[in-house]
Design a protein. Structure first.
Length: 336
């Protein structure tokens, strides 16, 4: 078999001139340099060439192959330059840039971080607890009696799954962050000072001031010498840092099963309708709670407090409807 390499070289060069885009350049490459292309066929047919002609024919095939490769590379450079010129012509440098919007933390997350930061300055550490709890941690260990209204199915989301560690009780979605106290005390020995932020769940009717899911932050401090005056000092520092040094506060006697004595913390709100507003509950840890956590009777004293994050955010930023936190409306979220 013989080829006219001079004519083939001219034909390949003329064909390369007609290439207009990358796709045609790839088709050209496959036609000549592909596994079944012309050059591959030439190498296969070398076996039928006489021994005398084989060196010369092989040399001519290599030369043709190199020429085709050079033409392809030249065409790629030409097409690349063409694309760059076309793109450059289309760019209007006077147009404003298309900037990517940078996200930010949700207002509730910002509020949680701000509250946690204040207590961390006082030596508290941030801990977390599970959202699925046991009846023991959520109620029994917190000195909440079996007939307490909060245990009713109308006030708690019970799960269709029994507690594997306690007979005739079910798992539930925690209705407050206070079960975190029990988990922390079971795990660590005093002295300890922790705050526990997280979601809680109650089957409340959804309206401007209620939601079936909301956020709380629980605080607990346990040591051998803790007084109610320590509790007042800590919460006074917190309120002044959060709402300003001029905020007016009062501690009003109240009842919670897991603290004794107990109090509500009110602040005097001067915006809009001036009045005292309750922002959190607090008290000294009840001895029955220590007993349920496994602490020796009479050895430790503790203080505890809990607050709702949404309520704090609504007061601080003048928000009147709790539902707006969860509607994902950027017109609202971008303000914070």
């Amino acid at each position: 078999m013989s080829w006219n390499f001079e004519e083939l070289s001219k034909a390949v060069k003329e064909e390369s001139k007609k290439i207009k885009d990358v796709q045609e350049a790839e088709s050209f490459r496959v036609k000549y340099l592909g596994r079944k292309g012309l050059i591959a066929q030439m190498y296969v047919s070398l076996g039928s060439v006489s021994q005398e002609e084989k060196p010369l024919v092989g040399k001519n095939i290599n030369a043709l192959k190199n020429k085709i490769m050079a033409l392809i590379e030249e065409k790629h450079d030409e097409l690349k330059l063409k694309v760059e010129q076309e793109t450059k012509e289309e760019i209007d440098v006077t147009l404003p840039g298309a900037a990517t919007e940078v996200g930010h933390k949700h207002l509730l997350t910002q509020t949680i971080d701000e509250i946690c930061d204040i207590f961390e300055r006082l030596g508290f550490t941030v801990q977390e607890g599970p959202e699925i709890e046991t009846e023991f941690n959520n109620f029994t260990a917190l000195n909440i009696p079996i007939d307490h209204p909060s245990r009713d199915g109308f006030d708690t989301f019970y799960l269709n799954k029994k507690d594997p560690d306690e007979e005739d009780t079910h798992l539930l979605l925690r209705s407050h962050t206070s079960p975190g106290q029990i988990r922390i005390m079971k795990k660590y020995e005093p002295p300890l000072a922790v705050i526990i932020p997280g979601k809680v769940y109650r089957p409340d009717a959804v309206d401007a001031s209620h939601s079936f899911m909301f956020h709380q932050i629980e605080g607990l401090l346990v040591d051998k010498d803790v007084k109610f005056s320590d509790l007042k000092g800590i919460l006074t520092f917190f309120c002044k840092r959060l709402f300003g040094e001029s905020i007016e506060m009062r501690f009003r006697p109240h009842f919670f099963p897991f603290t004794e004595p107990s109090a509500e913390v009110d602040i005097f709100w001067k915006e809009g309708k001036k009045d005292w507003l309750e922002i959190m509950g607090c008290g000294m840890v009840h001895p029955n709670v220590f007993e349920a956590a496994g602490y020796p009777k009479g050895k430790y004293v503790g203080l505890a407090f809990g607050l709702g994050v949404e309520r704090i955010a609504m007061l601080k930023y003048g928000i009147r409807d709790i539902r707006i936190f969860y509607e994902n409306d950027n017109r609202f979220l971008n303000q914070f």
